[in-house]
Ligand binder design. Structure first.
Ligand code: EPU
Length: 344
């Protein structure tokens, strides 16, 4: 296993931003994960586990520890159960499942990143989230130094959340995810954009739905297309905030038009962060130096032209302050920040 020094991280992220890793290694086997941990421990290095870099903002100074890129590969199928190594590309796996008529992840087509990242933030889009189909997550436990399986209950999934990015952050490295899919299951057409797309065409196939999702994502600049500056981003930069029904009523009372919302449980309302950002004065195509907002979706902050992490953070701070002033809502960034000190 090779341990490289001073490796620039920008090209490992969809933002194309970030300084060097002091140490960098790739693990293609579970044994190499052990080796890497041993290397880091002997030198007292902090460890950062890198997957597809699609939900990540790396500081301009880089990271002073070991960045371990998870490159474990392989898909094993046992009837409806797919055991997929963490380094596999997520979108290729969706295509693989859909082409064999397995339902359950067709709405998650076109999402950049690797399998290992999917349970971490409970990836979700267009009416599906991975928590619905994950059967188990194999992990390396950095406290006990052992590999073991976690059940979906152990993972404690909720909106963009699991134990991996909350109470157990930094404790596990995901090495494999088991997906339980449904052979010949119906495609899910639940999200408004998809219903609109298939109006008058009942029961589209899994292939049609995943193709429609890719198309919708492309139109929003949420599909990685080489040379397209709107996708030099980390996807949605903020989570959609959940507020009390009272707070929502106060916002409605002050607005002349309609306030878009999704139900989020008793006495709770989820608001689209994109709408809040626009109402607070930031339009599609907004630029702040080399950082900006996508021309196709207000929730994606983009690297317009050689932006630094500091440029993205300056825009992030402006947006948080404006939405706070306008709506008394504190937006929370969605990406992982590596090596960045923030006031958030
Ligand atoms: N909207 C705007 N301006 C825009 C875009 C959207 O005002 O430029 C408003 C509209 O009211 C629209 C609403 O926001 O109806 C919702 O927009 P959209 O359907 O695009 O969804 P979203 O809430 O912005 C979430 C996820 C996306 C996921 C889509 C589709 C979060 C933070 N984001 O976005 O996930 O693809 O739904 O399910 O939950 C990601 O996490 O990186 C991501 C792209």
């Amino acid at each position: 296993m090779e341990f490289r020094e001073h490796v620039p991280l920008a090209s490992y992220t969809t933002f194309k931003i970030g300084g060097p890793a002091r140490w960098f290694a790739e693990a293609s086997t579970e044994t190499e994960i052990f080796e890497a941990i041993d290397f880091a421990r002997k030198r007292s290095l902090p460890l950062f586990t890198l997957g597809g870099g699609s939900n990540l903002l790396v500081s301009d100074a880089g990271f002073s520890g070991l960045v371990l890129r998870i490159a474990l590969k392989g898909i094993e199928q046992d009837e409806d159960l797919f055991r997929v190594a963490a380094g596999e590309d997520w979108d290729s796996f969706v295509t693989h499942a859909v082409s064999q008529s397995y339902a359950g992840i067709e709405c998650l087509a076109g999402i950049p990143g690797t399998l290992g990242g999917t349970p971490v933030q409970n990836v979700g889009a267009y009416g599906q989230e991975v928590a619905e189909t994950i059967a188990a997550v194999r992990v390396f436990n950095l406290v006990t130094l052992q590999f073991h399986d976690l059940s979906p209950e152990d993972c404690d999934f909720s909106y963009r959340r699991s134990i991996f990015n909350s109470k157990e952050r930094g404790r596990y490295i995901v090495t494999r995810v088991d997906y339980s899919l449904k052979k010949e299951g119906p495609a899910r057409v639940a999200y408004a954009d998809l219903k609109k797309h298939f109006a008058g065409a009942p029961e589209p196939s899994l292939t049609e739905v995943s193709a429609a999702v890719r198309n919708i994502r492309y139109q929003k600049g949420m599909l990685i297309v080489a040379g397209d500056p709107d996708c030099r981003s980390a996807g949605s930069f903020f989570k959609n905030p959940v507020i009390s029904a009272d707070h929502y009523s106060q916002i409605v009372a002050k607005q002349s038009g309609e306030v878009p919302n999704y139900p989020a449980g008793e006495d709770l309302v989820k608001l689209p962060a994109a709408w809040l950002v626009e109402q607070a004065g930031f339009h599609k195509g907004f630029a702040l130096g080399p950082a900006g907002i996508s021309n196709r979706h207000t929730l994606a902050l983009i690297n317009r032209d050689d932006a630094k992490a500091a440029d993205i953070l300056a825009l992030c701070d402006q947006i948080i302050a404006a939405v706070g002033r306008e709506f008394s809502i504190r937006l929370e960034p969605e990406p992982v920040f590596l090596g960045l000190e923030t006031k958030l």
